[in-house]
Design a protein around this ligand. Structure first.
Ligand SMILES: [Zn+2]
Length: 427
């Protein structure tokens, strides 16, 4: 900044002096402005797969690692702090290949490791509400399930996950479930006839609305996403997806769904993984990521956007956004492109908080009882699924069959006697 000291010199000098002492919010380099804003509005990130790395690399043994410094992953507490991360939505994820096998147990173990991690380190705190995020001075942890195969088509299991603190669930990962279609065909052996959202899937959405669990549409097919958007009573999120119009990948969101998301007052938290950003062999850079933000803003408005890094869930990230310490570079780039600080406060955390509060409000206003719908065995087609029946049913079945057989037996006996009698008479 320069001050031309001409004419009313004294007034000019005073103004310069005051500005130096009390700089206006727009004063300073872009980096300083980004950091100042982020100190107030710390990032809420929609998706991080560190728990998956904890399982793969360390067998979930937290005693073997120091989460403050973990060089073999893209996430640790030191870098979270450098990146001004305020809240992380941690993914409780188990592979699609566990569907109809031990997906429920493995998901429980991932929830367990997230809970242990967030209670063992003073810098972290597990929260289960929007109020919890706003109250804590620590980095808050939210738990989200990635992939509906985790609930094994059971609303009772879904409710128990909620009771354990789960506050969001992606309906699918890269496999269909009996009730929802995935955007991916990586596991075509699973329910390849599922198209969009099936009737049991509607029950899942209504139960999530009733519970106050955020519906996450990342990884779902466009048919599933549109169907959910037409029936949900609460805003939904895409926790880690980017814009199809910028990078045409099935994991990204097309413009017509972005418009529906705007009407739903929901949120797309932009995925930073190179594969969904540049759609080429190029890694991309901060500018390629900002292109997605600009496009989504044009279609759905800045109030529909957040950040869902997908760190530790993917292998390549754009230059300048390599790990969780790098969020400030993105905010600096968006300032450079003319995004104002209100819009960026939304991107950083306020948009997600609004969505979460709305989801909680829909739940609080619901007067429905827990949904007792059970999926039909014919829809699941899983031979490992036990068919439990009341033992009295068995007794009844035997009695019924006896009752049904009695007249036949009696008639047979009567016929035999009559035949013998006629033979004797005829002799
Ligand atoms: Zn994912």
């Amino acid at each position: 900044m320069t001050c031309t000291l001409m004419g009313e010199a004294v007034q000019g000098i005073t103004m310069c002096f005051l500005l130096l002492l009390f700089p206006s919010p727009s004063v300073g380099s872009l980096k300083e402005r980004a950091l100042r804003l982020m100190a107030e509005e710390r990032v809420i990130d929609g998706h991080n797969d560190l728990p998956l790395q904890l399982r793969k690399q360390f067998g979930n043994m937290l005693s073997k690692i120091d989460l403050r410094s973990l060089p073999s992953t893209l996430t640790d507490i030191t870098r979270m702090d450098q990146g001004y991360l305020g809240t992380q939505i941690w993914s409780a994820y188990t592979l699609c290949s566990t569907q109809n096998k031990d997906a429920v147990r493995l998901t429980l173990e991932q929830i367990d490791v997230i809970k242990r991690m967030c209670s063992q380190y003073d810098e972290l705190e597990l929260v289960t509400s929007s109020e919890g995020i706003e109250r804590t001075k620590k980095i808050s942890c939210l738990i989200a399930i990635e992939g509906g195969h985790a609930i094994d088509s059971s609303l009772g299991t879904l409710r128990m996950f909620y009771d354990l603190g789960v506050r969001a669930m992606a309906l699918t990962h890269t496999c269909n479930t009996p009730w929802a279609e995935s955007s991916s065909r990586l596991h075509s052996s699973f329910y390849n006839k599922t198209k969009g959202l099936k009737p049991f899937g509607e029950h899942v959405i209504r139960e999530m609305n009733r519970l106050g669990m955020i519906v996450d549409l990342s990884h779902t097919s466009t048919f599933t996403a549109k169907h959910v958007l037409s029936i949900t009573k609460a805003p939904v999120i895409f926790s880690h997806s980017s814009a199809s119009s910028v990078c045409n990948h099935p994991r990204n969101v097309p413009d017509d769904i972005l418009q529906l998301l705007k009407q739903n007052k929901g949120l797309i938290m932009v995925n930073l993984h190179s594969g969904f950003i540049s759609c080429s062999s190029e890694r991309g850079n901060v500018s390629s990521v900002a292109d997605h933000f600009d496009h989504i803003k044009k279609i759905a408005g800045a109030e529909s956007i957040g950040i869902g890094g997908d760190y530790d869930g993917a292998d390549r990230f754009p230059e300048g956004l390599e790990d969780v310490s790098k969020y400030p570079a993105l905010i600096e780039e968006l300032l450079q492109r003319g995004w104002n600080e209100t819009e960026l406060a939304g991107v950083l955390r306020r948009n997600f908080l609004r969505v979460f509060r709305d989801v909680e409000m829909v739940s609080n206003r619901s007067h429905h009882l827990p949904d007792e719908k059970e999926i039909a065995h014919a829809e699941v087609k899983n031979p490992c699924r036990s068919v439990l029946k009341d033992p009295h049913d068995k007794v009844k079945t035997i009695l019924n069959s006896q009752a049904t057989n009695t007249p036949t037996a009696f008639f047979g006996f009567y016929l035999l006697l009559t035949t013998i009698f006629i033979i004797l008479l005829s002799k």
